[in-house]
Write a protein that binds this ligand. Structure first.
Ligand SMILES: CC(=O)SCCNC(=O)CCNC(=O)[C@H](O)C(C)(C)COP(=O)(O)OP(=O)(O)OC[C@H]1O[C@@H](n2cnc3c(N)ncnc32)[C@H](O)[C@@H]1OP(=O)(O)O
Length: 526
């Protein structure tokens, strides 16, 4: 292990991970403490309102998380209000607050009606001497006094030895012993700066577990957060601290959903309902504004998407061919997408979803064109695929719905928009208002179309292609009508025009062809 010469690190690591094989975990051996609302919220720029904290806490509780750290009561009066909002929910989960090793912080936490506190005391010499200007002996003494004080107030108490992975483990053990002697319910091994190897975590936790119940708190600075959480469990910890989406200081905390799925998939242990993981991930992403990377395990957009032909073909033959576990296990669905790496099987299946069947020769031509489009770095949408198929078959299609004119006004007043559409042989105009110009334009479009041409917007996503105020934006939508849906993408310098164009293109694709029999309509759904 690399050292900057300042910290003491007890383990001269050899690359040996056989400790995992000596461990048997059973359901009930592991619980989760979610700290999205405390350590997660410490990610730069994140601040959750009382309602947002309450919503996330309810979801965590419903999913079976054992404990929720709702915030740091010492932060401010506003933060105490957010914690009180969570404690007032009457959740099954234990609700706790972060406290420094000072009595005032415990009193402030008590003021929020929490069930328990995490008393964080410095463990490494860097923190003992450099941060709080104290000594090892003084910290041990104060820890005992504070634990006894908090216990006397009826609180559940966990002591966290901050920067424990860079502490002298003999001293860490002395701290844990003092905490347990004073009545602490548990002690937490904290890899505060995400510095430890799995072996170092294993050794630290194993030594602490000799004294009482141990938790493990890991960070992802080395990309080892999940491995280290598992190493902690293997060494005898029974509570994992983590955050949804791994948000937190610097590179973040361990992502609780990743620990959850790893425990469920590899060890058949389920400390929380895995089916709730995706909903939790999206709720936390929306509330915090921290976007999910597309390749993120469990919750990334691509976690259950297959583009390459070999994978798509295999998946169509056996859904589990290229997935470790089914998407439904985390509340998701599988997606087959088309692009540069597409093959015949995937294209045939995508066309079949729109009731289009082609002979081998036409299919090969469509595959070729799909690949060419994908090579330009473009996402190949359903509309692209259907246009290519029509072209290859030499069929032209008459549009049924077309945008003729669009005006949108936004400013400090209520945004408004008016549209003029052609719908079959009719020209229709309507105006609408909304939360912004796009919303206003959509309202005008729906009015102009009327209930006969209703549609449901399944998803809406905007990307700026260039970086300036003159950026061209691309709008990706998925629109459904009845049991069919299509994806379309449209680009324009004007976001409202791009949005309306994408939605109308999608709707047009969902309507039966102009030459269809009267009454041959797809049932509307809203
Ligand atoms: C690893 C972690 O996640 S630690 C948790 C981080 N969370 C937070 O910082 C919560 C939000 N923090 C805050 O709102 C503020 O920092 C407050 C209200 C807690 C304190 O604000 P201030 O009084 O202005 O202090 P400031 O932030 O400048 O410095 C932190 C103080 O806490 C002390 N402190 C830090 N850790 C501990 C500890 N474990 N035990 C006791 N005191 C501690 C520091 O020594 C410093 O005290 P000093 O001012 O006497 O030197």
């Amino acid at each position: 292990m690399k050292s900057d010469g300042n910290e003491t690190t007890p383990t001269d690591s050899e690359f040996s991970m056989d400790f995992f094989s000596n461990t048997t975990l059973s359901d009930g051996d592991v619980q989760f403490l979610d700290t999205t609302l405390r350590d997660g919220e410490q990610a730069p720029g994140v601040s959750l309102s009382p309602d947002q904290k309450a919503d996330i806490a309810r979801r965590l509780d419903d999913a079976g998380v054992a404990a929720i750290e709702a915030g740091s009561a010492c932060t401010s009066a506003a933060e105490r209000e957010t914690i009180r909002r969570v404690t007032s929910l009457g959740l099954d989960a234990r609700v706790t607050s972060f406290c420094r090793g000072v009595q005032r912080d415990v009193d402030l936490a008590l003021d929020c009606d929490v069930d328990g506190v995490h008393i964080v005391v410095p463990a490494s010499d860097r923190h003992v001497e450099g941060k709080v200007g104290s000594s090892r002996e003084e910290v041990v003494e104060k820890t005992g006094e504070l634990v006894a004080y908090a216990k006397a107030q009826g609180l559940w108490v966990e002591v966290i030895g901050e920067d424990g992975s860079r502490a002298d483990y003999d001293y860490l053990e002395a701290q844990a012993e003092a905490a347990f002697d004073a009545g602490a319910d548990r002690f937490c091994f904290a890899d505060t700066v995400g510095h430890a190897s799995p072996e170092a975590v294993y050794e630290g936790v194993a030594r602490l577990a000799e004294h009482g119940p141990v938790s493990v708190h890991t960070h992802d600075d080395l990309g080892l957060a999940v491995t280290n959480a598992l190493a902690g469990l293997a060494a005898g910890a029974d509570l994992v601290h983590g955050t949804i989406n791994g948000i937190g200081e610097r590179a973040g905390n361990v992502a609780l959903e990743e620990v959850a799925i790893a425990l469920w998939h590899c060890y058949d242990v389920e400390p929380m309902e895995t089916e709730s993981l995706y909903d939790l991930a999206t709720a936390v992403s929306e509330a915090t504004g921290v976007r999910l990377p597309p390749n993120k395990a469990v919750s990334g957009e691509n976690a259950f998407a297959h583009e390459s032909g070999i994978h798509t073909d295999g998946t169509l033959k056996d859904e589990r061919m290229y997935e470790p576990y089914p998407p439904e296990a985390v509340g998701r669905e599988r997606r087959l997408v088309l692009g540069k790496h597409a093959g015949r099987a995937g294209v045939r299946a995508a066309l079949a979803e729109h009731d289009v069947e082609l002979d081998d020769e036409a299919l090969a031509a469509v595959v070729e064109r799909v690949k060419t489009l994908g090579e330009k770095g473009r996402r190949v949408t359903d509309a692209d695929l259907l246009t290519i198929a029509e072209d290859v078959r030499g069929r032209s299609r008459e549009r049924r719905v077309e945008l003729l004119d669009l005006t949108a006004a936004s400013g400090q007043g209520t945004p408004s928009a008016s549209v003029r559409l052609r719908v079959d042989d009719d020209e229709r105009s309507a105006a609408g208002t909304g939360s912004g110009p796009v919303d206003a334009a959509m309202s005008a479009v729906r009015q102009a179309l009327g209930s006969e041409f209703s549609f449901h917007l399944e998803s809406y996503h905007v990307d700026a292609i260039t970086g300036g105020t003159d950026a061209v934006v691309t709008v990706d939508v998925e629109v459904s009508r009845g049991d069919r849906s299509v994806s379309v993408s449209a680009s324009d310098a004007d976001i409202t025009v791009a949005s309306v164009t994408a939605v109308l293109d999608a709707l047009d694709r969902l309507l039966p062809g102009a030459d269809a029999e009267a009454g041959d309509t797809v049932p509307a759904d809203d």
